[in-house]
Design a protein around this ligand. Structure first.
Ligand code: ADP
Ligand code: MG
Length: 660
């Protein structure tokens, strides 16, 4: 079955689906909701504006109908719930009027509109239904809503049968429900129990596949076939002495670990984890330099153009005598060709760029070291990809998501770990405050203080995951407010995910050069951006983020010796956010985050900044992951693994070690 075979699906809609990464029916049914809206019988006493509700009552008066035109109509009536009488409005259901006699018992499903003390109904059911409605919410786009996606999936599902995927032995071990039911349930949930079981299977599946790859990488690792480099520790010390600052103890320890890996035959496969601003970049630069002295090319890969360019600029400044090549998707064809030629003929000593670095058409002269920044942004597949260029480069991964050691050992089970826990000297902790929307005036005054002192500010706009459209409205509204408050005394810029890389880069460049003093953005600033002049970050709707993600954002400021501030604006969950006011240590924050979210968060919002799992969550599903780890290891070693019916696993393993 193809997408165009689904009833009512036209080419335009198919195009919109393609833009979400859905190209065929398999993609479609694997497009899981990222959260569920649970609507339970509602108590009107505690209801707030915009809440989804389901409420029973009797029709109090004869409904009045207004026809806008032949197709569009609006019907209103009063509903008596026993405690209250509220107004109900529903569109295009005039045909129901005849059945909605005074005294009829009905259940209304809809949204509460406080201003008009009214329920905007999406559906009316006859009789009282005492039931929980579970509504799947999908990541959607400007052009196609979550609702529409749900409808498409619903119409496709009945014609599809989905086979089991996991090994039989495992399905039996955990009494998993069959995959067909599970997939249908996550899209059309009937009740919480079945949904929980369905999610459990799909999460396990994802973790199992992930751990299978990790275990496979680990099993295939040969530790003693690495490159040795003839570089004396004196040469490295000499470089360190020329730095404008003294390295911290942990930075020196990390450099020492890496130096050892690079100069002995042990193949390096190392994770460098350290809080935002802890100074991982300089460690990576030193590593590239050691590798260069050893006579090899080195590559540094960053997840975004902005970061890659930033690293490139800094590296060139620090090592003007080296030939450094920037390779990103943005280069013009001619530039790209030239860059690739320099990489291939060995003119390039250092190559800095994005994904483009590992694409098939890049041939290295003698690649000795590959470093990836913000490793958690790249999938385990790419981890495999990097290793195979027909070469055996040493590998260093960097991650600013400090994860407690136990978790790190599971997720990065195939690697050695160096951690930077101490912050550079003279760095003041960022002063963090939690404020409600009502206290916005205080916040504006605090911002004004910074502006007067010629400092810069990041403002993170409210984030609504399921609708990019509202996202944009929010950011423009916020811009208007900021213009009103500060437009006369400073320049305000905006940046969001719908802008092209070039536009983003432009805005970022202006912010760096202090041509913009207030930068309003969605979370596109999250990754690694370094603007030392910024001393304040204001984050709206901060309850929507995990603590670790907030901590990452906070790391954008406090990058010099000035006093810096982080303002978390939230009307909810202020207690959880308080943790951030008490500590600036990313490891502590992440431990708290793990503790707080340990279990029970099944139906919650997926928080940003985590690993790139589609449905599993390394924090809440940690126990499941441990099981998957163990099971996948025994599966790899069992005769079952080589049986034809599990070829898809073997295929995946091969994919994970091929390029692109
Ligand atoms: P991250 O670990 O988040 O990648 P960066 O490497 O971007 O952090 O470092 C943040 C800032 O701190 C940079 O401006 C860098 O030059 C500076 N820095 C790094 N190490 C030190 C140090 N030992 N002393 C003072 N400043 C440092
Ligand atoms: Mg960094």
């Amino acid at each position: 079955m193809q997408l165009q075979d689904i009833k009512g699906l036209g080419t335009t809609t198919i195009k919109y689906l393609n833009e979400l990464g859905i190209y065929n029916v398999t993609d479609l049914i694997n497009y899981y909701p990222f959260r569920y809206e649970i609507i339970e019988n509602t108590d009107l006493k505690t209801i707030q504006d915009g809440d989804k509700i389901i409420v029973g009552g009797i029709v109090e008066n004869i409904p009045s109908v207004f026809h806008f035109n032949r197709k569009l109509n609006k019907m209103s009536f009063h509903l008596n719930t026993g405690d209250f009488i509220t107004n109900v409005t529903i569109f295009n259901r005039a045909f129901l009027k005849i059945k909605l006699k005074i005294g009829t018992t009905i259940t209304v499903i809809g949204k509460y509109d406080q201003k008009h003390n009214s329920i905007i109904a999406s559906d009316i059911k006859f009789g009282l239904i005492d039931k929980t409605l579970i509504e799947p919410i999908y990541h959607s786009s400007f052009k196609i809503s979550s609702n529409k996606i749900s409808k498409i999936i619903k119409s496709a599902l009945p014609n599809i049968h989905i086979n089991n995927y996991l090994p039989q032995s495992i399905i039996q071990k955990y009494h998993f429900i069959d995959r067909n039911t599970a997939i249908k349930t996550v899209h059309i949930p009937k009740d919480k129990t079945t949904l929980t079981n369905a999610l459990k299977l799909l999460k396990y599946e994802e973790l199992f596949t992930f751990m299978l790859k990790i275990n496979n990488l680990k099993n295939n690792q040969k530790h003693d076939n690495g490159l040795t480099r003839n570089v004396s520790s004196e040469q490295v010390k000499k470089l360190i002495q020329t730095l404008p600052f003294e390295l911290t103890k942990d930075q020196i320890k990390a450099v020492t670990d890496i130096y050892k890996d690079l100069t002995t035959s042990k193949r390096m496969n190392r994770l460098l984890q350290g809080d935002v601003g802890s100074g991982k970049t300089i460690v990576s630069f030193i590593s590239l330099y050691i590798n260069y002295l050893g006579g090899y090319q080195g590559a540094l890969m960053a997840p975004t153009e902005i970061l890659a360019t930033q690293h490139y600029t800094n590296f060139v400044k620090m090592f003007p005598e080296l030939k450094v090549v920037l390779l990103t998707g943005r280069l013009k064809a001619k530039e790209k060709k030239e860059a690739k030629a320099q990489i291939e003929n060995g003119t390039a000593d250092i190559i800095i760029g994005t994904h483009a670095l590992i694409s098939n058409d890049v041939t290295y002269h003698n690649l000795g070291l590959v470093i990836t920044d913000e490793q958690h942004r790249f999938g385990v597949n790419q981890r495999g990809n990097l290793k195979n260029k027909g070469l055996t480069p040493d590998i260093l991964y960097m991650s600013a998501t400090p994860i407690p050691r136990t978790y790190a050992l599971t997720l990065y089970g195939d690697m050695d770990i160096s951690s930077i826990r101490t912050m550079p000297n003279g760095r003041k902790p960022v002063k963090t405050y939690v404020k409600t929307n009502k206290e916005i005036k205080d916040v504006l005054y605090m911002m004004l203080d910074q502006i007067k002192n010629h400092h810069q500010i990041y403002v993170v706009a409210p984030l609504i995951e399921e609708s990019d459209k509202i996202d944009l409205e929010n950011i423009y509204q916020l811009e208007e407010k900021m213009q009103k408050a500060f437009g006369k005394i400073c320049h305000i810029g905006i940046m969001h995910g719908k802008m092209s890389d070039e536009e983003k880069q432009n805005v970022m460049e202006q912010f760096k050069q202090n041509k913009i003093q207030i930068l309003i953005s969605t979370t596109v600033i999250e990754v690694g951006v370094d603007v030392p002049g910024a001393t304040m970050i204001v984050i709206f709707d901060s309850y929507r983020f995990g603590l670790s993600a907030l901590h990452q954002l906070r790391g954008r400021v406090g990058r010099n010796n000035l006093e810096s501030y982080c303002i978390l604006i939230s009307d909810k969950e202020t207690k959880r956010l308080d943790i951030l006011t008490k500590t600036n240590d990313g490891f502590k924050v992440s431990e708290e985050d793990f503790k707080l979210r340990g279990g029970g968060d099944l139906f919650g919002i997926r928080q940003s900044g985590d690993m790139n799992f589609k449905i599993a969550d390394i924090k809440t599903d940690y126990d499941l992951m441990l099981k998957a780890k163990e099971d996948s290891q025994s599966f790899l070693q069992s005769p079952e693994y080589n049986q034809p019916e599990y070829q898809y696993f073997q295929k995946q393993m091969n994919e994970s070690t091929n390029l692109d």
